[in-house]
Design a protein around this ligand. Sequence first.
Ligand code: DAH
Length: 338
Amino acid sequence: MRERLRELKDEAWRYIAEADDTGELDKIRVRYLGKKGELTGLLRNMGSLPPAERPEIGKMVNELRGQMEGFLQERFGKLEARELERRLQRETIDIPLPGRKPAIGHKHPLNQVLDEIKTLFIGMGFDVVEGPEVELDYYNFEALNLPPDHPTRDMQDTFFITDDILLRSQTSPVQVRVMEKQNPPVRIIAPGKVYRVDFDATHSPMFHQVEGLLVDDHTTFGDLKGILGAFIEGIFGKGRGIRFRPSFFPFTEPSAEIDVECIMCNGQGCRVCSHSGWLEILGAGMVDPRVLQKVGYDIERYQGFAFGMGVERIAMLKYGIDDIRLLFENDMRFLEQF
Ligand code: DAH
């Protein structure tokens, strides 16, 4: 029996020392000290020993149990500490490591420019209005002093849907729609998409314009110059030369095209400004009294000015983009630069 105990101890001690984690250790504990454990079994079988040996063997078994419990506890403490250590290491957060930023998109450069234009005019008291993209010939042409077969219609190659329905070729028809509904004073801008049969590096079949209209009972060309001067300064910066050049539009009289000193070469002359030193950015003029008359305004009392610009053109000049198609291809490598 003594021999058996010694063997059991050696074997148990080896297992306990080799156990690699607390789970394994617990299995060993159950194996020897559990209800059906080997040591427990020995105690239970005391009855089969000669009565003389019982006290001594009983004492030895109890001693071994005590030692084993002690050894198990010691190993358990060590393994538990090691496991905790490992877990802490695994779960450490590296505080100085920068967090992962979610990729956030941003506004398309065209919308950035459009927002800038709107903000500048809203600041000068203009309301923002919209009109339909599928438009009647009447609003796109006739009410703007462009009767059928008038040669100036050729200035804008138009997508016709039927004889009198078309995709608007300009945002100017919104002027008429607003004036039909509202009496002066009128002070609006009308941003939106327009369509023309045209496609190359500087023309797209769909592009954006912003129309402007101001009608009141004391409106002068000087007001037009003041407002557009402030606008151009807001978009392209202070101190840039501006020039009003006589021009023609059927719905304004007199008409002008407005140029700004080339922002690439500062007026020195370069490829972008065709070596003229100037960039054309706006069409404008005093609203032709015939347009006012058509919507029923009293032309003895009211005058107005109007202007129109292409948003793509302004964006291209502002950012030095030389191909309009880049604005619509949505290539991330291009868009990420803005
Ligand atoms: N609608 C013109 C165009 O598309 C631009 C324009 C010129 C608008 C003069 C105006 C204006 O209101 O007064 O070319």
